[in-house]
Design a protein around this ligand. Structure first.
Ligand SMILES: Cc1ncc(COP(=O)(O)O)c(C=O)c1O
Length: 460
């Protein structure tokens, strides 16, 4: 490899050929490689965590190191990855990322790449429409759900104005921890973050919410935001969105819906029915790197009233005096989120959506719902297995009625096999195993193998 940083055409072609060959071999081998690897060894850490060399090193050597690095942890690119929230990482979006990086245009403000910003704004408007937000709603693609939840909290804080000193945030005990983290980062006093218990169906208890709000108002506090989940990470449960929206409206609080996991199921008929009420939200967190199968690094925040976002996040240095004002058609994304320089996330999503067509994503999400329904049905028929909450989206959570010890042993048996990887959570102080279906590489065979492993573990 020449040491010159600007590669000539031959250097570019050689590098691309080697990289694409590597990617091909990687993807072709995936069905046969395990879902997870043994713990990383100190020896491998010391080979990987080294300062970069002063002199150029050959690509084959670096790719060899990459392969070693990939042989550790969980293979989140595998269809056998059923733990946490899987991410598809579709190839077409990876190509979009490559093109975005090669063209390296600036999508922070309209002066840089208005064309790419228009592409992103089109994608965001499409997302707003999916959720039934009004025509003048808007949003921004961000790095993920956590940053989107933070950005929403900052907008809600801004709307409260001087009252913020008394502002209270309400969320459910089953909400993703990034919601309370966002409130803390946004400066909400820790004892003004109310964690509302969930009811027996694991949904936020609206009766308790109302009582808590009434007590806070009586004490002179100001309800700032109610943050609900459209698909909890633990069990995929959807909070009572419409009821919470009505409560928020009655007290003038901001309704934020964290739909990072569940959001794009709205593309399907079943998902749309389950997300009923989401159209009443002030803001919605989405994660294209979850239910839109994109590679890690693309989330988003959709807002009913864009001005609330811009009021809280606009800001520019004097060196930006020639940058046009924020506009609706071609927005200044630096005025809508915490980042200034940012990657052209919209390009990746746009390329993938248009290359495959939206219907392909709908079909895939429907397939995830089918795999989930099948798995839940089969597990519910197993003698010692209790399925926790009827799956609403694509997560099956279950436990052994024999107790935590047996449930843990089932999870261990499944993960030791290397044929699937599952993760766990705690519900009502009981150890629960979760199977999450959200990768385009997860086949019916993987679901069948997961069930078989559970049967094997039960048989001892
Ligand atoms: C419901 C929910 N909200 C927020 C997040 C945080 O998203 P990210 O990991 O993209 O920051 C997650 C992540 O799993 C999630 O499941």
């Amino acid at each position: 490899m020449p040491e010159d940083l600007e590669l000539d055409p031959v250097g570019r072609r050689d590098l691309a050929d080697a990289a694409f060959n590597y990617a091909e071999e990687y993807l072709n081998a995936l069905p046969g490689t395990p879902a997870s690897y043994p713990p990383i060894t100190p020896d491998l850490i010391s080979r990987l965590a080294v300062p970069p060399a002063e002199e150029a090193r050959p690509l084959p050597h670096l790719l060899e190191l990459l392969s070693r690095a990939l042989e550790s942890g969980i293979d989140t690119s595998s269809g056998k990855f059923l733990s946490y929230i899987p991410s598809g990482g579709i190839y077409s979006a990876a190509i979009g990322r490559l093109l975005g990086a090669v063209t390296n245009r600036y999508t922070g403000g309209t002066h840089g790449a208005p064309g790419l910003i228009a592409i992103e704004a089109g994608v965001v408007r499409w997302m707003c429409g999916l959720f039934g937000l009004p025509d003048d709603s808007s949003g921004i693609l961000l790095s993920g759900g956590s940053v989107a939840n933070l950005t929403a909290t900052v907008a809600a804080r801004s709307r409260l104005g001087d009252e913020f000193a008394h502002g209270v945030v309400y969320t459910s005990e089953r909400a993703h921890h990034s919601v309370t983290k966002a409130a803390r980062i946004a400066g909400v006093h820790p004892n003004r973050i109310r964690i509302i218990a969930a009811d027996a169906s694991l949904r936020l208890d609206t009766g308790l919410l109302e009582k808590t709000i009434a007590a806070d108002v009586a004490a002179g506090l100001a309800p700032m935001m109610i943050a609900v989940s459209a698909g909890t990470t633990d069990t995929g449960t959807v909070d009572p969105l419409a009821a919470c929206a009505r409560i928020a409206e009655s007290i003038g609080a901001w309704l934020h819906v964290d739909a990072a996991y569940g959001g794009f199921f709205v593309l399907t008929e079943r998902g749309r029915a389950r997300l009923n009420g989401i159209e009443m939200a002030d803001s919605i967190t989405v994660d294209a790197h979850k239910s839109l199968f994109m590679p890690f690094g693309i989330g988003g925040l959709l807002v009913r009233d864009e001005s609330q976002l811009v009021d809280s996040l606009e800001g520019r240095g004097s060196y930006m005096q020639d940058v046009p004002e924020h506009g609706r058609e071609v927005p200044n994304y630096f005025a809508m989120g915490p980042e200034l320089t940012r990657p052209p996330r919209g390009l990746e999503v746009w390329l993938a959506l248009n290359l495959h067509g939206v219907e392909a994503f709908r079909t895939e999400l429907d397939r995830m719902l089918d795999l989930t329904a099948w798995t839940a049905r089969v597990l519910a028929d197993l003698p010692e297995i209790e399925v926790i909450a009827d799956p609403e989206l694509s997560i099956v959570a279950f436990r052994s009625t024999a107790g935590d010890g047996t449930t843990r042993a089932i999870a261990r048996h499944m993960n030791d096999s290397g044929d699937v990887h599952v993760s766990s959570t705690t519900v009502d102080e009981r150890f629960i195993v979760r199977l999450a279906f959200l990768s385009q590489r997860t086949t019916a065979d993987v679901a069948r193998r997961a069930v078989e492993l559970i049967r094997e573990a039960l048989a001892g």
